[in-house]
Design a protein around this ligand. Structure first.
Ligand code: BDR
Ligand code: CA
Length: 316
């Protein structure tokens, strides 16, 4: 990535602790110019995740109006994840109240506006169900050429986390995921294969806490909350799913990335919402996705700590 030029980016998510930490990374890095934050129902209801997104924007001093997106998936009923993220969708530390009104534009209108107005191609980082992104592609196919890449947290090449076969973000809106994976656009998928290895251990929460700046403190407390549930699943650290979608763009060198054809299962007694990657090369289809499947965990955590240091001296 050419680090001299800032790349316009749209952050689309359902915050959510790990979405929030992904946005902490996006704001801290020099590579991105955050043009929009858009929300989608997923971890919690649309009202709750939109309020969370506005509070995160205030915490990170991202000076834009958040645009709310789809309240429900394209075809199926909404599934939410209060067991992971709490009743608010972002339980744990206190956050500043929003300091901007919500945008009058919907998420799709906001994304379309950013794409239309941008001279350069725009990166979309999608860390929730793909409902907004699919709605954008279906309603504005003419804007596809303005998209540089869609970096997704979602799916699993060999397992799920919500059903044995399906990962949460894809399971919530499989038709949206299908639309995105069939869009022909450059895609990068940080699936459970990498994100369940992107572990941050409790002693590392404390390194972040002890950086002694207000954002790092909140990040450590998000870890504290998130880890309660993740630990009960047998993980030794907090699984940083969504931050992989940002980190794999800015530091691809610490990740293992493979080109595969990926499709989305829309039916099946047990497999709706499964991402199927043709890692054996049997379908005859050309790869449509960069699949992020592994990482150097120690470097990942160090880069996360470095990002949290960027907030030194901040006052909230
Ligand atoms: C994904 O589901 C959500 O709970 C997280 O925010 C992440 O995007 C992990 O399966
Ligand atoms: Ca998410």
């Amino acid at each position: 990535m050419d680090t001299n030029k800032k790349i316009p980016v749209i952050l689309d998510g359902d915050p959510g602790h790990d979405d929030a930490i992904a946005w902490v990374l996006a704001k801290a890095c020099n590579e991105f110019d955050i043009k929009a934050i858009t929300t989608v129902a997923g971890n919690q209801t649309l009202d709750k995740v939109t309020y969370n997104a506005r509070r995160i924007a205030a915490l990170l001093k991202i000076d834009i109006e958040v645009a709310r997106g789809r309240k429900v998936p394209l075809l199926s009923d909404l599934i939410i994840a209060p067991n992971f993220h709490g009743e608010s969708g972002l339980d744990g530390p206190e956050l500043p109240e929003p300091n901007h009104e919500e945008s009058e534009l919907s998420a799709v209108e906001m994304m379309a506006k950013v794409l239309k107005e941008s001279k350069e191609k725009v990166i979309i980082v999608a860390t929730g169900p793909l409902s907004n992104v699919a709605a954008l592609l279906l309603s504005h196919p003419e804007l596809k050429e303005k998209i540089e890449i869609i970096s997704i947290m979602g799916g699993g090449l060999r397992n799920g986390n919500w059903t044995p076969a399906a990962e949460f973000n894809i399971l919530v809106d499989p038709e949206a995921a299908y639309t995105v994976f069939h869009s022909g656009l450059p895609l990068q998928m940080s699936s459970l294969d990498v994100t369940e290895k992107a572990l941050v251990y409790p002693e590392e929460f404390d390194i972040i806490r002890n950086l002694n700046n207000p954002v790092a403190k909140v990040v450590a407390e998000w870890f504290d909350f998130f880890f309660i549930h993740v630990k009960s699943l047998g993980h030794k650290g907090a699984t940083l799913h969504d931050p992989c979608a940002i980190m794999s763009l800015i530091h691809p060198e610490i990740f293992t990335i493979k080109d595969y054809y990926v499709d989305v299962e829309l039916s099946g007694n047990y497999t709706r919402g499964t991402t199927v990657a043709d890692y054996l090369g049997r379908t005859g289809n050309k790869p449509n996705c960069k699949c992020v499947v592994g990482l150097n965990r120690d470097k990942f955590v160090q880069l996360l700590i470095d990002a949290c240091k960027q907030y030194e001296g901040w006052k909230i």
